[in-house]
Design a protein around this ligand. Structure first.
Ligand code: ADP
Ligand code: MG
Length: 241
């Protein structure tokens, strides 16, 4: 579903991604681990062209993201087409980003103006009874579940999560992870940046460890978590486990 090939990204002289290649099969869950500043968010943002790659390519379901290929040259796509590509990719942020002046239902239906479908999605995240509530009337965990329902509103091919539980009080983390676990069970293709190692162990098909903008190690949880091959992975895990 996602094919990342040889991606480089710098901000000025700071190299943030260095030759990153990654394949994410349809229906799989990939968890990205790594220290703060290692390039996790930038990598997710490159997948939907919120950041432009300096080098390399990103394909989603075979389609080159952000560019049109012409022989061996790449031309940037017009904004209209980038937005169309982005509609196929759900994105859930650490800080929910709901519209404060809209109800839960309006937040979810905003993208497609289909209140029936929006109510179904709220029901899927266990919040049908909060359809008329405004974000300020919801807990952080409930707001994030609304944000997940909104990310599903356009029937995306995949959903990217950037530390979806990091802004939540500890007692609210579980309800959001439960919703994500349900999505994974239903076969949603997901890429999740998180420090929730228990979730990663249980739900991930592949764990990717990123450090200094490079993929240091990747594999199934039993390999990367229980038998890491690289010193930097071991050092990171000893801090978060
Ligand atoms: P992570 O999500 O792993 O914490 P990020 O991808 O957010 O890491 O950031 C990687 C590095 O790139 C950090 O040093 C960060 O300060 C820098 N960075 C991220 N976005 C920008 C930007 N828009 N402009 C300049 N530097 C940035
Ligand atoms: Mg980040």
């Amino acid at each position: 579903m996602i094919e990342i090939r040889g991606v480089h990204k710098s901000f000025g002289s700071l190299e943030v991604l260095r030759d990153v290649s990654l394949s994410v099969p349809a229906g799989s869950v990939t968890v990205i681990l790594g220290p703060s500043g290692s390039g996790k968010s930038t990598l997710l943002r490159c997948v939907n062209h919120l950041e432009k790659v300096d080098r390399g390519t990103v394909r989603v379901d075979g389609e080159l993201i952000g560019y049109r290929q012409d022989g061996d040259k790449l031309h940037e796509l017009p904004e209209r087409l980038v937005l169309k590509q982005r509609a196929n990719i759900g994105f859930v942020f650490q800080t929910f980003n709901l519209f404060p002046h809209m109800t839960a239902l309006e937040n979810v239906s905003e993208a497609r103006r289909n209140p029936g479908r929006a109510l179904e999605l709220l029901d899927r995240v266990g919040l049908a009874d909060k359809a008329k509530a405004y974000p300020r009337q919801l807990s952080g965990g409930q707001q994030q579940r609304v944000a997940i329902a909104r990310a599903l509103a356009l029937d995306p091919k995949l959903v990217l999560f950037d530390e979806p539980t990091s802004a939540l009080d500890p007692e609210l983390v579980g309800e959001v992870l439960d919703v994500m676990r349900d999505l994974a069970r239903a076969g949603t293709t997901m890429v999740v940046v998180t420090h929730e190692i228990g979730f990663a162990r249980e739900v991930a098909d592949t764990i990717v460890f990123l450090d200094g903008g490079r993929i240091v190690e990747q594999g199934p949880p039993v390999e990367v978590l229980d038998n890491p091959q690289h010193e930097r992975t071991r050092a990171f895990l000893s801090k978060v486990l």
